[in-house]
Design a protein around this ligand. Structure first.
Ligand code: DGP
Length: 123
């Protein structure tokens, strides 16, 4: 899938749409999810044109390592290390990816339960 520069996270990165920013540098932006699934629900996005994890993962080992090091630091700065947190990234239709700009969800602040909802288990 080609990257669409008009996706909502691209607009947030460009400052065209507001977001509750948690962290920003030249490479990465982190902001609160508009539809929180947990007391802490932060999205971390790279500033490059990546549709999903599938193409981001092929962008180079240094870039990937740098990105995930920042995800770790953001989670730590949010105070989530002691009690725990979950990372989610959705790629494509079966994962219900709804915004076509690679992002990692950081979820925490409560006991998060099982990996998937019961009705999503293998049938
Ligand atoms: P995913 O299903 O992995 O593509 O998750 C996309 C997430 O993006 C979803 O949890 C809701 C969030 N989201 C969608 N639009 C906006 C927005 O305009 N602002 C913010 N902060 N989050 C958004």
């Amino acid at each position: 899938m080609a990257y669409d520069k008009e996706n909502i996270f691209a607009k947030i990165i460009r400052g065209e749409i507001p977001a509750a920013k948690i962290y920003e540098d030249d490479d990465v932006l982190a902001f609160e999810d508009i539809s929180k699934a947990a007391p802490v629900h932060v999205l971390v996005v790279p500033k490059g044109d990546f549709v999903s994890f599938d193409d981001f993962a092929k962008s180079g080992a240094d870039k990937v390592a740098n990105f995930f090091a920042k995800v770790q630091k953001i989670a730590a700065d949010l105070g989530l290390v002691e009690n725990g947190y979950r990372l989610i990234t959705n790629h494509g239709a079966d994962a219900s990816q709804s915004v076509a700009h690679f992002h990692v969800h950081i979820l925490g602040g409560r006991e998060l339960g099982g990996l998937l909802d019961d009705d999503e288990k293998i049938r």
